[in-house]
Design a protein around this ligand. Sequence first.
Ligand code: PLP
Length: 416
Amino acid sequence: MTFSVFGDKFTRYAGITRLMDDLNDGLRTPGAIMLGGGNPAKIPQMTDYFTQLCADMLNEGKLTDALCNYDGPQGKDALLQALAKMLRDEFGWQIEAQNIALTNGSQSAFFYLFNLYAGRLADGSRRRVLFPLAPEYIGYADAGLDEDLFVSAKPTIELLPEGQFKYHVDFDHLNIGDDVGLICVSRPTNPTGNVLTDEELIRLDALAQQRNIPLLIDNAYGLPFPGIIFSEVNPLWNPNIILCMSLSKLGLPGSRCGIVIADEKVISAISNMNGIISLSPGSLGPAIALEMIERGDLLRLSNEVIKPFYRQRVEQTIEVIRRYLPEERCLIHKPEGAIFLWLWFIDLPISTEILYQRLKQRGVLMVPGHYFFPGLEHEWPHTHQCMRMNYVPEPEQIEKGVQILAEEIERAHQED
Ligand code: PLP
């Protein structure tokens, strides 16, 4: 079978595909301990809420209405209006419905945006996407139509008390070449749970404005919803910032609803791409989000249910890790948000890829760190010393998984 260049690139077994496969296999394997993928928690209060909400919407004909109609290519108009008002009220941003477009999950928004701002230009020159702080989200790594679309920068590492550490943008060595067409950060960051400080974000925004290129902030876990953010920071938006949000981590990954907030010209570009690629974004997620906003529940539940749930779960998980793994064996990135813990096994005699395989054989799924450095130009041993674990599963599952992890770490040290 002969595929096009596009076909060859997009039919590869990418890191993200392996992750989704593991997730799927794990879900079908009895007893597997799934600390790998990015599925949000099934928070009973949220599940009950969605069940009741859908029942009400079905009774009122709103669900059928959403199912049986296409929305426009920019997405459900009533939601765009309601979201714009909510963001104006909440943050004072000058946002109208023309500043928002919906996509089928925020993952597809990144595909659009990376390829809008990077790749080959009409004059033959090339542009790339800069991740100013790697590790970054694995889902970005293969989303470029062209090869070598991404370049990323190593962070500085601040060691903190209690066996924790935090990455920072290394502004002293950050090189924003003339070929950079877009700067992109996730905040909170998947995989590390890092949250860029306000100062870091403001500095990145200033650098982007100086270069006349947009700053894309992936806010899939952030404020004002789903609110899985534990540090006191402020969200940022201005017309040079493209802010991406999602309904997924609210508990609705199956709704595949991404939200792009940007300057009107960017929104018009996204709408046109939506039209060509998918006619219009799906309507069910937006109908549910609209209903939640109208009932005053979107921000309330983010604050009162989702955020406290994850905060409690992450604290509990760190306690379990420390019961089995001392600081000399494992440092933990300061958990400031998102649904993962990023573990650094400083002196591990084997790579975390081998550790991943050994864990998988024992029914525990985590993700080895090297996938999260897309575009890093020089080999860095640190990339093979880290592992991402999802802290969402039930505490008993987490404890079993951590126990096996600690055994495998010990085994690797004994073999050395
Ligand atoms: N951004 C980050 C940082 C993520 O972790 C994820 C999913 O895990 C996404 C974006 C994509 O989310 P979705 O396409 O479900 O909106």
